[in-house]
Design a binder for this molecule. Structure first.
Ligand SMILES: [Zn+2]
Length: 88
């Protein structure tokens, strides 16, 4: 896997690393936290994880691309991390 693929997106909940997964690159199903539906193998989607936890990728989430783009319409709390945000 190449390094440096992806981008950082910031929203009101923080900064997220977002990596685009081409349709041919996924070999197993994932559960999308945006709609709670399965992302079927072979479906292009995105992987998102907190940008401030580069050393810990256990909190990655696989999203339908459209669900990720539309997350702001779903209200707060959808992408809550297991690790509570640290303030100050
Ligand atoms: Zn979805």
């Amino acid at each position: 896997m190449r390094r440096g693929v992806g981008s950082v997106e910031a929203d009101r909940q923080g900064e997220w690393m977002v990596r685009l997964i081409p349709g041919g690159a996924s070999a197993k199903p994932y559960r999308c936290p945006g709609c709670d539906q399965e992302i079927r193998p072979g479906t292009a989607h995105v992987v998102v994880w907190p940008a401030d936890e580069r050393g810990d990728l256990t909190d990655r989430r696989h999203w339908h691309t459209g669900c990720w783009r539309a997350r702001d319409r779903r209200g707060p709390g959808i992408l809550r991390s297991r690790n509570a945000p640290r303030y100050g």
